[in-house]
Write a protein that binds this ligand. Sequence first.
Ligand code: GDG
Length: 500
Amino acid sequence: MKTQGSRLIIVSNRLPIVLTQGENGQWSIEPGSGGLVTALVPILRNRGGVWIGWSGMVEEENVDLEELLADATKKSGYTLKPASLTAEEKSKFYYGFSNEIIWPLFHDLQSRCNFDPTYWLVYQSVNHKFARVIAENIKEKDFIWVHDYHLMNVAKELRAIGVTSKIGFFLHIPFPPLDIFIKLPWRFQVLHALLEYDTIGFQTLRDRHNFVQCLRILIRDITLYGKGQVLTGRIKNREVRIGSFPISIDYRAFAKQATSQEVCERARCLREALLNCHIILGVDRLDYTKGIPERLKAFRNALIRFPDLQRKVTLVQIVVPSRVEIPEYYDLKVEIERLVSEINGQFTQPGWVPIHYIFRSLERTELLAYYRAADIALVTPLKDGMNLVAKEYCACSIYGDDVLILSEFAGAAAQLQRGALLVNPYDIEGVAEAIYRAVNMSQAERRSRMRKLRRSIREQDIFWWVDSFLQASIAQHLDDFPPLEGYVPLDDYLPQVDIE
Ligand code: GDG
């Protein structure tokens, strides 16, 4: 991929590092792992580049990051620059605006939103802070790529301080339909801020469609052109590209590591421990969007309605601690644990426990061993930008005879619908039936489905994702097409709303 000599400036809420404090109080730093880092590091190394983000520490903790970051940079081959947050900013920008407003709203859960006006003020000032750090670290031709919902205002702040570089934005979470987005008290400000980017990327066509619909109804003087993966919006003599770019994984790395001796050995131990059982696997961060209680209820329903599943299936549910300091997340943990113990109390028999519940983060090899050992993955978020667990599970299905049950509301469903068993996660009986179907599926059908899944993930892996986003951002011309058909006259749609 040609980047025309420009460096890449990656901006995300968190830096791609892990900071740990030893028993002697000394901080150490390790380069982060994960798909985004894997995909971007080669480009950052080749072209030179900077990754800007928050370290996770607040200013009041007084940790001198400079030396630590310089050390990590030596190992990673690119420069890391911190944006610092105060304790109040962490509370109102990160926990507040990002996670009490945008996260629930964009996952269609408006009733969970806390539209506190002070959150918006701090969100703007933190985005301004990020913009200042970016401005201090860029050169003229650099391409700035901003990630995710914490930083929707960054391009606007950069333009305000005179930065003219190309700036792209990728939203990792869904973009909600108009009727939900419109509840946001700062809907116009957020849409206008997003339009300051040169490229806006969404996970799926559905997200892009929702965004375009919001533009068409709420923004004056925007004209939209094109069809296919990338559209063009024209507003006040400038153009913005709006595309869908489904994120993926480093397929080959997962497939390779899944056959490593350590993973095979661990997977064998797991299988031996759960002999004669179909292993059904759930892996999720602790989050209400992941649909874990609904999934447990569906599993209970399956055990009741299809009693021959008893002693024949074991659900391994891994929940990775996340945001546990927030009361809502703590309550979710309690609810999950209540359901697990109720179901185990109701069905356990000598030699068989229906649910194995793990509440901790696993090492990568252990996670891959679970992927390898499981016959069925149960991935049923209520809504999810993409869901990488679904893709990782398929990449690790080395014999190609496992089954993926996938929520139709995960972004991954758009790409994986031909191979997965799609379910509505709210439909307890439907999910129970899909479990029964997966357990009894013929080997020929399992193989045929998994072949499609693996091919699609292999062809559109994380490197394809980076490439297609950068191509769409940097290409000189996108073909011009007539304006989209089917404009909805504003008065027919939302007569009470003034457009901006
Ligand atoms: C957001 C969007 C979108 C999980 N448990 C362990 C562990 N993991 C890793 C998985 C996977 C990642 O965490 C989870 O990614 P998801 O995509 O499933 O979900 P979110 O964290 O909510 O991510 C999502 C994503 O951004 C990317 O755009 O797909 O929709 O919500 O990679 O492997 N890793 C280790 N131990 C664990 O116990 N090492």
